[in-house]
Design a protein around this ligand. Structure first.
Ligand SMILES: [Zn+2]
Length: 255
């Protein structure tokens, strides 16, 4: 069994064929799905989808959506299929050009990130953390806020060595389609350094589609390409990687 720990199935890009997408995944052994919170406007759709036994969701405000922050969104956390807080985190990849606006945006991102870590601790849920071009700041905030108390997954494109330290603080690493890219040198180098009991598999569907489907819409079925590539890099079998990452997901998210 494979668990796709990060797929945006609440995206309108699946409106027409969600049943087919899920069926295709299940046929290939991808049997559980976690929908992270990103845009609060999609939350109702995520909750609706979680009526299926194999779908879970998280509630969170992505750094791109900090303007939509409200405490009320988190009322949905009491739902029995809500298993985490996030995506939350820092993204310095897309910042305003104006210096003052940029500083203000970074300050707001940090504030909304800290608030979500505190909520996760209060509600005793693990975190789904989005980090892009902001490894140092994100690590600092996670450690300062004592986020290890709940732990979570780092959903990271730029697998930074800086972040490896967080493996000792109850954080897991979500490995996605980037590992299959021809230019994924950094992630390929870092992957063997991540403790095996801290590895998870994810697609970030509909984004970041793995090779050989780059350019197409991503879907949970494509975790199979990620597992295949991880197995090759780690010198393990496909079944070993599926088993290890599934056990890790079950443990972290208490599925
Ligand atoms: Zn995502």
């Amino acid at each position: 069994m494979i668990i796709d720990t990060h797929c945006h199935l609440d995206s309108s890009r699946y409106d027409k064929d969600i049943d087919k997408v899920l069926e295709g995944a299940v046929t290939k052994g991808v049997e559980k799905f976690i929908i992270p919170g990103a845009d609060p406007r999609d939350l109702d759709r995520a909750i609706e989808l979680s009526e299926r036994d194999d779908i879970y969701f998280a509630v969170g405000v992505h750094p791109y959506h900090i303007d939509d922050w409200s405490r009320e969104i988190f009322d949905k956390v009491s739902h029995k299929k809500c298993i985490a807080i996030g995506e939350c985190g820092l993204d310095y990849f897309r910042l305003p050009e104006d210096e003052t606006e940029k500083e203000q945006n970074i300050a707001e991102q940090k504030d909304v990130f800290r608030k979500q870590i505190r909520l996760a601790k209060e509600l005793k849920k693990p975190l789904i953390v989005h980090i892009r071009d902001a490894s140092e700041d994100a690590k600092k905030i996670l450690l300062e806020e004592g986020a290890d108390e709940v732990g979570g997954v780092l959903h990271c494109y730029n697998a930074d060595r800086t972040l490896l330290e967080l493996a000792d603080h109850n954080f897991y690493f979500g490995i996605g389609g980037v590992v299959t890219f021809k230019n994924a040198r950094r992630l390929v180098e870092v992957l063997p350094l991540i403790p095996k009991d801290k590895l998870l598999v994810e697609t970030d569907a509909p984004y970041l589609t793995p090779h050989p489907h780059r350019g197409e819409r991503n879907e949970p079925l494509f975790t199979t390409f990620v597992v295949e590539k991880m197995a090759k890099i780690l010198n393990l079998s496909y079944d070993d990687v599926s088993k290890i990452t599934t056990e890790n997901s079950l443990k972290l998210f208490k599925l």
